[in-house]
Design a protein around this ligand. Structure first.
Ligand SMILES: *Cc1c(COP(=O)(O)O)cnc(C)c1O
Length: 232
């Protein structure tokens, strides 16, 4: 077994244990492997170990990897799925629209509009989550919770995008209960949006250090980097 195989199994075991402890079906939480700063060979070993969804923060670095690994998938496997989880500047939206399958970090209408317009017609709509700043910290990206519904309704109407849910990166809390409560605030917002006529199925939250709390709080997709690939 490779280190990456062992790490992937450990992360999956943590996810399964957290689901069990929270009384949730393990099939309701998926794993996004965050491969930023690691090369295409590393992604390829995780793929060989069964992982198909990868998260990237830096657009140019990601596009190189996506291009290098384009020939990888075989007929017996689902194709690689690439998720953009880093901040997106206006001048990078075209690269994102042309290369990624998902974007987790939509927090402005202008960026969403550009992604929609620039999504190539031959590709499926870009699957997007709206990033929510649930802690209220002024330096962090994401819409404020009270602005999420208005943005979600506008994003849901864009033809090149398909709105899937919410994403959040709360501050690391000092204890499990506090962490879970913050994640639950995002879940409450998610439920409220679904009660307002949207059909969201994805709650992207939890990383290496706090995936258990995120799963208790209702996460459906954890984004895990260092626990799989090692320190960056
Ligand atoms: C880097 C990153 C992760 C993964 O963080 P780890 O602590 O390495 O698991 C998850 N989400 C986002 C948005 C990131 O930037």
């Amino acid at each position: 077994m490779t280190i990456i195989q062992i790490n992937l199994q450990q992360v999956q075991a943590r996810m399964a244990a957290a689901c069990q402890a929270a009384g949730r079906d393990p099939g309701t939480v998926s794993l996004l492997a965050v491969s930023k700063t690691f090369g295409p060979e590393t992604v390829q070993s995780a793929w060989a170990a069964g992982q198909t969804a990868f998260g990237e923060n830096y657009i140019q670095e990601a596009v190189q990897k996506i291009t290098a690994l384009r020939q990888l998938p075989d007929a017996n496997r689902a194709p690689l799925q690439w998720h953009c989880i880093g901040p997106i500047q206006s001048n990078k939206t075209r690269l994102v629209a042309e290369h990624f399958d998902w974007v987790h970090t939509v927090d402005r209408l202008k960026i969403a509009e550009r992604l929609s317009e620039q999504r190539p017609a031959g590709l499926a709509p870009l699957q997007v989550c709206i990033q929510v700043n649930v802690d209220g910290g002024p330096t962090k990206s994401g819409v404020l919770p009270q602005e999420a519904l208005a943005l979600a309704l506008q994003v849901a109407a864009l033809p090149g995008l398909r709105l899937r849910g919410l994403m959040s990166i709360p501050e690391l809390a000092t204890d499990f209960v506090a962490a879970t409560q913050v994640f639950m605030r995002v879940k409450t917002l998610f439920d409220a949006l679904n009660g307002s006529g949207l059909a969201l199925d994805t709650l992207s939250m939890g990383m290496s250090a706090d995936l258990e709390a995120a799963i208790h709080g209702g996460s459906t997709m954890v984004r895990v980097g260092s626990a799989i690939f090692g320190a960056r």
